[in-house]
Design a protein around this ligand. Structure first.
Ligand SMILES: [Zn+2]
Ligand SMILES: [Zn+2]
Length: 303
């Protein structure tokens, strides 16, 4: 089974062109149907979550462990055929055996979860800190749960209040809809000081970056996981004056096992985020559902 995300939509619509024809899809779990010669990490029949990126393994970045930054990285479903198909072919090092007793459905969001596990680690969150998540989509609702697990109190900031009930169910201590007053005032009220200690930005728009910088306190940390493609205005005077640390966080390095552990332990709940299911033969409807405001994660059963 596969999850559908904004990247897939962009490839499908043509907004994010790739070398067509291409089978998109990069968030998936499944069982191993066949292995090549010399494969030792997995066996036929194993249940695995797939890490859909692999690096060259030879460049200085790879050798120092920064394989997510490798300039020759291959992204499954973007550079090579992906998972909106009955079968997909990936290197064995991309396959992470599923913990026993955990349903594939629960593991379906391992890929986006690994993204936020890394982002929260980059923020070096300490227990008792105040935090804000910008964005109420899949990444935001996962980041909220990981922050909580690290002992932080979480304010969820989103353009719409549609997801706030679910956010609270998943542990958000407070919510703020953009437009209902200044986000900075909301962060001050929530933290009881000049702003929150940590902000995780997940929306990937220039507006979200602006909000992240407005939410954080002087001396605080902002981690950006979204990829705004438009030029993004940042008032660097205020970054310097307030000694704000801004860090980028790009996909994941070694976070897949951690992400699966969080799901297996029940610490992160993924099922409430999957709002739609379609068969592979209804993939067009799945893409249409992704555009509906009420959908969070649209999933596809490929077999
Ligand atoms: Zn994705
Ligand atoms: Zn490399």
């Amino acid at each position: 089974m596969a999850g559908l995300c904004g990247t897939d939509y962009g490839i499908w619509s043509g907004d994010r062109p790739v070398a067509y024809p291409l089978v998109p899809g990069h968030e998936f779990v499944g069982h191993v149907a066949a292995v090549g010669a010399g494969v030792t990490r997995v066996r036929v029949g194993d249940h695995v979550a797939v890490e859909p990126n692999y690096s060259c393994g030879a460049c200085p970045l790879c050798r120092e462990g920064n394989r997510n930054l490798c300039l020759a990285r291959t992204a499954v479903g973007i550079d090579v055929d992906g998972c909106f198909a009955e079968v997909a072919r990936v290197p064995e090092r991309c396959c992470w055996p599923a913990p026993t007793g955990v349903d594939d459905e629960e593991l379906l969001l391992t890929e986006p979860l690994a993204v936020v596990v890394r982002a929260v680690a980059r923020a070096a969150v300490r227990p008792g800190e105040s935090s804000a998540v910008v964005g109420g989509g899949t990444l935001g609702l996962l980041a909220l749960q990981v922050l909580q697990e690290r002992g932080a109190r979480v304010l969820v900031v989103s353009r719409s209040s549609r997801r706030f009930e679910l956010a609270r169910e998943l542990g958000a201590a407070a919510t703020h809809a953009v437009g209902d007053g200044a986000v900075a005032a909301s962060a001050a009220a929530f933290s009881g000081r000049e702003g929150v200690d940590v902000v995780i930005e997940t929306a990937g728009t220039p507006e979200a970056v602006t909000h992240a910088l407005a939410l954080v306190r002087p001396g605080g940390r902002v981690v950006l996981t979204g990829l705004p493609h438009e030029p993004t205005p940042v008032t660097f005077f205020s970054v310097v004056r307030r000694e704000v640390t801004i860090a980028g966080s790009m996909i994941y390095q070694d976070e897949f096992p951690d992400a699966m552990r969080l799901v297996a332990a029940g610490t992160v709940r993924t099922r409430p985020l999957i709002t739609h299911w379609f068969g592979l033969d209804a993939i067009g409807e799945a893409f249409a559902a992704h555009r509906q405001p009420e959908s969070i994660k649209v999933a596809v059963r490929t077999a």
